[in-house]
Design a protein around this ligand. Structure first.
Ligand SMILES: [Zn+2]
Length: 306
């Protein structure tokens, strides 16, 4: 029964919930808390998969009334599969992290070489230390996270944005760096790549990408006001770093429309939605553990052939 319950919960969390949550609009009012909820959904899904793998053989052996050798073999097989799931996740995370770090280091070196900041008088008075300007007609801005972060703005962007808009764009990118949104996106990308094709969904990746953009928008809005950021957003091209993993780039045009619309209204962030979102996130991890896993663990420890 435990395996069935955990299996049903795991499938719901990986196939039904992501689509529904991605389509909902209330996370726009509590983007940071909604990211926590997505993390909790993902983690709970992983725990359900591990729970099924560990509980199913024990329950089957118990049901069939098989002897001790079968029980031991089933336990070893279950532990082996659970270890494989964990190793697959860790290898995926290591791969994504390693590739991002390498690409970023190379990219950082290039922007440092090509930096043209001193020629640009349009920069705000307080230029952050990691700011780099790349000359060229295309208007864009992005950040390179890491221990020596950079904010990159193009000469094209500086030509069409006024100083308050440039400051808002820089504040947005600095918020990404400060909150380490790169780590958030990397963990979701790693999970996406580790999940077998029929079970995986792009919804968490796209939704979390949009949510971290909203978190950065809110930080920039608090520092520079909504209007400069909204105008800058309408003018700038795809502001996703070219170093972001390919999967981590959602529908740029749609994302921009939603962010611009959000900035047009009053600050709609809601403490109530944040609290609800975090409560849901915590419940999702705690309730199945207390209701399903702990009683099973008690029974399993009594029944296993140790
Ligand atoms: Zn951004």
């Amino acid at each position: 029964m435990t395996a069935l319950l955990l299996g049903a919960l795991g499938l719901t969390l990986s196939l039904v919930v992501p689509g529904a949550l991605a389509a909902a609009r209330w996370p726009d009012r509590a983007p940071a808390a909604a990211v926590v909820l997505w993390q909790s959904i993902t983690l709970a899904g992983i725990l359900c998969a591990l729970g099924v793998v560990l509980a199913a053989p024990q329950e089957l052996v118990h049901e069939l009334g098989s002897g001790k050798p079968v029980g031991v073999a089933a336990l070893i097989a279950a532990l082996g599969v659970a270890a494989l799931i964990i190793i697959r996740l860790l290898v995926s995370l290591a791969g994504v992290t390693y590739r991002s770090r390498t690409r970023r280091a190379r990219h950082r070196m290039l922007v440092d070489l090509l930096d043209d900041a001193e020629r640009h008088g349009e920069l705000p008075a307080e230029v952050p230390p990691g700011l780099r300007v790349l000359d060229g007609p295309l208007p864009f801005a992005y950040c390179l996270p890491g221990r020596n972060p950079r904010v990159v703005v193009s000469g094209g962007a500086l030509r069409i944005l006024d100083s308050s808009q440039v400051a808002a764009v820089i504040a947005h990118e600095q918020a990404h760096l400060r909150h380490r949104h790169d780590l958030v996106m990397e963990s979701f990308t790693a999970f996406y790549r580790a999940v077998p094709r029929p079970l995986r969904s792009r919804a968490p990746l796209d939704a979390v990408h949009l949510l971290v953009e909203m978190v950065a928008d809110d930080a920039a809005r608090r520092r520079c006001g909504a209007e400069p950021l909204r105008t800058a957003l309408a003018v700038l091209g795809d502001a996703v770093s070219p170093d972001a993993p390919a999967e981590a780039r959602g529908d740029a045009e749609q994302e921009r429309r939603r962010r611009t619309a959000r900035l047009a209204g009053p600050d709609g962030r809601s403490l109530a939605w944040s609290a609800l979102s975090v409560t849901l996130a915590v419940s999702l991890l705690v309730l199945p553990t207390v209701i399903i896993v702990v009683p099973w663990l008690g029974r399993a420890l009594m029944a296993w052939p140790f």
